[in-house]
Design a protein around this ligand. Structure first.
Ligand SMILES: Nc1ncnc2c1ncn2[C@@H]1O[C@H](COP(=O)(O)OP(=O)(O)O)[C@@H](O)[C@H]1O
Ligand SMILES: Nc1ccn([C@@H]2O[C@H](COP(=O)(O)OP(=O)(O)O)[C@@H](O)[C@H]2O)c(=O)n1
Length: 836
């Protein structure tokens, strides 16, 4: 009989509706892997009659075979038209059969709430709480109408394996999470039931900039709402949590939110409240305390225009719980808000606890102080309060509020530092026998006696030989620099040796040279001490927050080190020292033309050395790093990528360009690619990924912009399976309204010669974008990897925003590579080197 073969089928094109396309299927029924590997419509025993087995579904959701990489779980977007695909298995009334083929009806069900984990029983037959109406309309017995189950347009071409499909509309406000669905086909009668069950993960659409003002307003409202939940009303918690989650998703960069554990505390309190109903009021009070006073809650990230015409998207029964006060200006929150009254029958252990976060005074003692808003401040604060009489926040200007916020932040940082110091001291008291390790000095003598065994696994620059160290030692060094000079000579000697034929490079020849040297500032060797200090400074800056604004071109790292984006045409340079003091002069980002590698160069040498002699070594990134570039068609991805390449030197790989080139090359996939592009559909990942991988390898570089990929779940899955050796630094998401994109594409169509820049194909591409690409962006947003960039202003203005996202990535890359090179210097680990 029949079964669901696909639970998320792209039926937007006629060809996909008529013939099965594996590429159009991005979700499978439970335990569908075996069936999928045999092919659409092949009998493998996948049809299932629940009434014969007393179980609503053939396999359980916690079965190890429930989903696999080749037959993954579906992912839906709220409001999506979900299409299901199944084989006809001869059961269609048609001219090639007869009009009386039975079909009593199809029903589609789902569970009420998202599953907290994928275990447990399914609802019994006919007791599923939510039912959907499919869109095929009911089949009428005795009529050849291809309706209901029988929507199988090419049935007569292959009665057994012809493709049938049916769609239904998901609710627009379905909450995120994984739900279970059931497809029930009643064949001869209501007692002749076939079922297929499946799970689908439910994404929320990433909120666009227009919605942000709404979310901000909702946040302000719920923070200020003092409405007491009725004891039996379970919606008040869900409604609030939903808004907070939406707010977090809409602000993936956490703009305006301090990085002091605020988000972690909020998340902890949400899961606490989710778990224990009786502590919800208390958990809510903690959350409110965390949120109060964060400028981002109210204004920071909602720079977009207010859109009062948009409704607050809460059902009426939930809205009443939010009782918005008359004057709902969020900026007054610190003065006016009092948390919800506590329920006396709550968590008994906590009933007398003040409504501040449980982490206050423990993990983050500073925060309790800065956010304290009781009417009676603690005694130690009273005096200063009286003295300074701070202006209420509501009366402050924007600048003043910012300053106030910064002041509080600084206060918190100072308190945290103090706490850490105290903790460190405490640790020392408990470990009195801790002895500082004696650091060996650099094994110069050994190195000179026996040249290094350079394990040069990486590329050597072609056609270049370094001069022998004798060339570089001819000028007599000043006495005060002798040790650093020895180090330099050693390094140079080792590198010179490393360029000798490999027969001389027995790995066992000088094991002592690989002895790690632990960075320390206590050493007497000035170079080592210096590099150690550099490492320390760089270590302290290695994690550069993506939200850190880069307002100045030059950034200070520690006291002595600078990162300067403008100092050379290579874009980044660590000025490690005053070159008059040491031989080690600088490290900077460099493209090695011969080795075809991006990396960091270590410049070491006497000033009398030639530049080439000074350039001792270069380390490239160990792993490739990519930035995905996504957005609707015509959002300006290609335009921005060109600017990024010009400014920062990434390699730009456009999936669309690669596919078009492949089509033009006369490859065997050419026709298929052509069809997909005209239809605005997504080419199967294998084809695209092969092209991307080849282009990456051919480029020989390590920082990539991958434009227009991953565009659907199939793309993402393929990437995750195949490209485990590549790091994804983030996603640049260009967000542009559809009417603007349409206008741009029609304009581009006048000259682009593209077969898909016409109105029909553009509309199809929009559909694909909304249905298939947005969930991917949402997926990355949940991992906090999305840089949300509004793409409506001029290309140059959009680029200014782009820079803010790119600079920290470039900077981090530079820091990491520099760090690796410095570590390699300490450890004599030549394997990481590319000799220039
Ligand atoms: N910010 C912008 N404002 C106006 N037009 C733009 C902007 N960015 C790009 N364009 C134009 O819109 C069209 C589509 O841009 P393109 O970069 O090709 O988009 P995508 O790669 O996202 O499809 C091009 O003709 C481009 O010149
Ligand atoms: N990962 C990708 C990217 C593009 N494509 C195809 O290439 C077409 C053009 O993509 P593109 O990125 O060049 O153009 P825009 O639609 O972004 O303007 C898409 O509509 C798809 O048909 C694909 O199949 N898979």
């Amino acid at each position: 009989h029949s079964w669901l073969e696909c639970t998320n089928y792209d039926a937007s094109s006629t060809s996909n509706q008529e013939y099965w396309s594996a590429a159009a299927c991005t979700g499978y029924a439970r335990c569908g892997s075996y069936q999928q590997s045999h092919g659409f419509g092949i009998d493998t025993g996948f049809d299932y009659r629940p009434l014969l087995h007393n179980k609503p579904c053939q396999c359980s959701k916690d079965s190890p075979n429930a989903y696999s990489a080749s037959a993954p779980m579906a992912t839906y977007v709220p409001g999506q038209k979900v299409c299901l695909a199944y084989p006809a298995k001869n059961h269609v009334a048609a001219p090639c059969t007869n009009q009386y083929i039975p079909d009593t009806g199809v029903r589609i069900f789902r569970t009420q709430h998202p599953a907290s984990n994928l275990t447990g029983d399914d609802p019994a037959l006919h007791s599923w709480p939510v039912e959907y109406k499919h869109l095929n309309g009911p089949h009428q017995n005795g009529v050849v109408d291809y309706k209901g189950f029988q929507h199988c347009p090419k049935f007569c071409e292959d009665k057994g394996r012809a493709l049938c499909s049916m769609c239904f509309n998901l609710e627009k406000d379905i909450a995120p999470g994984v739900y279970t669905f059931q497809w029930e086909w009643d064949f001869n009668s209501a007692n002749d039931v076939y079922t297929s069950c499946w799970e689908a993960r439910q994404f929320t659409m990433l909120t666009t900039h227009r919605r942000k003002s709404v979310i901000v307003q909702q946040m302000a409202d719920i923070i200020q709402s003092q409405a007491m939940p009725e004891a039996d009303n379970e919606h008040w918690w869900d409604a609030r949590v939903k808004i907070i989650q939406e707010w977090l998703r809409a602000n993936p960069l956490r703009i305006g939110v301090p990085e002091d554990g605020t988000i972690e505390t909020i998340m902890q309190q949400i899961s606490r409240g989710d778990k224990y109903v009786h502590v919800r009021v208390k958990a809510w009070n903690h959350i409110v305390t965390e949120l109060q006073g964060i400028p981002g809650v109210c204004e920071k990230f909602a720079t977009a225009e207010a859109s009062p015409e948009l409704p607050i998207e809460l059902p009426p029964e939930k809205q009443e719980l939010l009782q918005i006060p008359e004057d709902n200006n969020c900026d007054q929150s610190e003065q006016t808000i009092s948390p919800l009254p506590l329920n006396t029958n709550e968590d008994p252990q906590e009933s007398n606890v003040q409504p501040v976060s449980p982490f206050r005074g423990k993990l983050r003692p500073n925060k309790a102080k800065t956010l304290h808003h009781d009417s009676n401040p603690p005694p130690e604060l009273q005096l200063s309060n009286q003295e300074t009489k701070p202006k209420p926040i509501s009366q402050m200007s924007m600048m003043e509020r910012q300053q106030e916020w910064l002041r509080k932040k600084a206060e918190k940082a100072a308190a945290e530092k103090l706490r850490q110091q105290q903790e460190a001291e405490k640790e020392l008291t408990f470990q009195p026998s801790l002895i500082k390790k004696q650091i060996p000095t650099k094994p110069v003598i050994e190195a000179e006696k026996a040249p290094s065994p350079p394990r040069l696994t990486r590329l050597k620059s072609a056609g270049r030989q370094r001069k022998q160290s004798s060339n570089t030692t001819k000028t007599a060094p000043a006495t005060s620099k002798s040790s650093s000079r020895s180090l330099l000579d050693t390094v140079k000697a080792e590198l010179a040796a490393s360029t000798q034929p490999s027969t001389q490079l027995e790995p066992s020849s000088t094991p002592s040279i690989t002895t790690p040297i632990i960075p320390t500032t206590s050493t007497t060797d000035p170079t080592i001490a210096y590099v150690s200090k550099a490492l320390e400074a760089i270590n302290n800056t290695a994690i550069i927050s993506s939200t850190t604004p880069l307002t100045t071109a030059s950034r200070k790292i520690g006291d002595d080190f600078h990162y300067d984006t403008t100092s050379s045409d290579t874009k980044g340079r660590y000025q490690l020292q005053d070159p008059t003091l040491f031989d080690l002069t600088s490290m900077y980002r460099k493209k090695d033309k011969y080795a075809r590698c991006d990396g960091v160069a270590l410049q070491m040498g006497r000033r009398e050395d030639t530049h080439q002699e000074q350039l001792i070594a270069m380390a490239g990134a160990l792993r490739h790093k990519v930035l995905f570039v996504l957005g609707g068609p015509g959002a300006g991805k290609g335009t921005q990528c060109a600017k990024i390449v010009a400014e920062y030197g990434f390699v730009h790989l456009s999936a669309g360009d690669l596919l078009r080139a492949e089509r033009a090359s006369g490859s065997e996939n050419g026709d298929m690619i052509d069809r997909m592009i005209r239809e605005g559909a997504i080419v199967p990942v294998k084809v695209t990924l092969d092209l991307l991988r080849k282009a990456m390898v051919d480029s020989g570089r390590d920082l990539f912009l991958i434009d227009g990929f991953p565009r659907n779940y199939d793309n993402l899955q393929g990437w995750n399976d195949e490209m485990t050796d590549v790091d994804v630094a983030g996603v640049l998401f260009y967000d542009c309204p559809e009417d603007e994109m349409e206008k741009r594409l029609l304009e581009r169509g006048k000259t682009s010669g593209r077969t898909d820049d016409n109105i029909d194909a553009i509309r199809k591409r929009f559909t694909t974008y909304h249905e298939s690409t947005m969930p991917i962006i949402e997926h990355f947003a949940e991992q906090n990897k999305v840089f949300h960039i509004l793409a409506i202003s001029t290309p140059d203005e959009v680029f200014e925003e782009t820079k803010k996202a790119i600079e920290p990535i470039v900077q981090t890359h530079l820091v990491e590579t520099t760090q690796r090179l410095l570590n390699a210097v300490f450890n004599n680990d030549w394997a990481t080197y590319v000799v220039t």
